[in-house]
Ligand binder design. Structure first.
Ligand SMILES: [Fe+2]
Length: 396
């Protein structure tokens, strides 16, 4: 029997023509108790549509871990390493994650104080706010009027030593009701996006690649990103752009000598585009805040040099240049019409293809608005695959 799916309900802001291959709601199946044949189908659907929603789900932390692990049976530890985020106090991720003691691969995230939760007596949760990460903030008056921002567009990945998880599962246990907010880009474009309170916003990495002009697609298939060692510690003193899609280049990153010990062999250098294991499509997958250098290969033999950027290849080490080029390639894909802001209901389970989308926390809660989610992803047992030589020839 084939599993039944329906398209996700899109908000009026989304351009439906851009979402025909993105996101499906899965109907009539219990994701905590999948038969192997059902799982095989779910796995295909996930890589095909990049995000799957299940509603009215009951899911224990153990079941969530098992489901997440099924996508990568050899993976064991949490995406950032079990307990790593707690022990690395300087990391910007440290305050956002609380580990479920019984299942350390599952994190409790959210807002407000949660009591007697899965072995945690009291957990004080804080929804990440752009006010602690962006260089500028919306004014108090605007915030009171419901204006907010994307917090940080990212891939769930340590980007040092550990490999990027294939799948992230997000399970909504408690969702506070509240009025819609307006996400403001504040980048001079006038772009805004109406968002449900506390949405998680997604964009497709495939679309990010597909909408690039030809000369930037050529750069994307020839480029690799070198990530900073311990990137979340490295970027901790720095401040982000108002779209949450870059770090402002002000020289505030921690000097490499002041980071926790690191070695060259654990540095991650990844292709800019990652090949979808089911569809073969290329997804533009770069965590812009963590990127430190860009290495762009020369055009392949026989490719036209007309209009080509960096035809002879280049190694870009100036942080501002790295960020400016990435921003130019990534910003078009977060245009309001291309963003899917999920409207969370309690007992929603969302699975997303972490190697195929970028996502961000959005919005701001008051301290008494309690939100509790379980999040799980696992440092992968293999590395993302870049474009094939044929892909490079096609797009270069
Ligand atoms: Fe995330």
């Amino acid at each position: 029997m084939s599993i039944q799916t329906v398209p996700l309900t899109l908000p009026p802001s989304a351009d439906p023509s851009k979402f025909s291959n993105f996101g499906r709601q899965v109907i009539g199946i219990d994701p905590g108790n999948l038969k192997p044949s059902d799982f095989a189908e779910i796995q295909q659907l996930l890589y095909k549509y990049d995000a799957l929603l299940f509603r009215n789900v009951n899911l224990s932390p153990e079941q969530q871990y098992e489901l997440t692990k099924a996508f990568d049976p050899k993976a064991e530890s949490y995406g950032h390493g079990d307990h790593k985020t707690q022990s690395t106090k300087k990391s910007i991720l440290h305050p956002d994650l609380k580990t479920i003691p019984r299942v350390p691969q599952v994190q409790l995230i959210g807002n407000g104080t949660v009591h007697n939760h899965e072995g945690l007596e009291t957990a004080a949760l804080k929804h990440p706010s752009h006010t602690t990460f962006h260089k500028t903030s919306v004014s108090a008056a605007d915030e009171a009027a419901g204006i907010t921002r994307f917090y940080r567009w990212h891939i769930d990945a340590a980007l040092y030593d550990l490999s990027p998880p294939k799948v992230t599962t997000l399970y909504a246990i408690q969702v506070p009701q509240g009025t819609e907010q307006t996400c403001r880009y504040d980048d001079g474009t006038g772009d805004t996006l109406p968002v449900p309170l506390g949405t998680t916003a997604f964009v497709s990495g495939k679309r990010m690649f597909d909408i690039l002009p030809r000369e930037l697609q050529s750069v994307a298939v020839r480029a690799r990103v070198r990530y900073a060692p311990h990137p979340y510690v490295w970027m901790s003193p720095a401040a982000a752009h108002s779209t949450g899609l870059a770090i402002e280049s002000e020289g505030k990153e921690l000097p490499l000598g002041e980071l926790p010990p690191w070695t060259e062999d654990k540095i991650k250098v990844y292709p800019v585009t990652w090949k979808n294991p089911v569809t073969g499509a290329l997804h533009f997958q770069v965590h812009p805040c963590a990127a430190q250098e860009l290495l762009i290969d020369p055009l392949p033999e026989g490719a036209s040099r007309e209009g080509a950027l960096y035809p002879d290849g280049v190694h870009i080490t100036d942080l501002k240049d790295v960020r400016d080029l990435l921003y130019k390639m990534q910003r078009p894909a977060i245009a309001p019409g291309l963003v899917y802001p999920h409207d969370w209901k309690e007992k929603d389970l969302v699975l997303f293809h972490n190697r195929g989308v970028l996502h961000t926390v959005v919005g701001a809660f008051k301290p008494d608005q309690v939100r509790a989610f379980h999040q799980c992803n696992l440092a992968a047992s293999d590395e993302p695959v870049g474009p094939t030589p044929e892909d490079v020839r096609q797009y270069a």
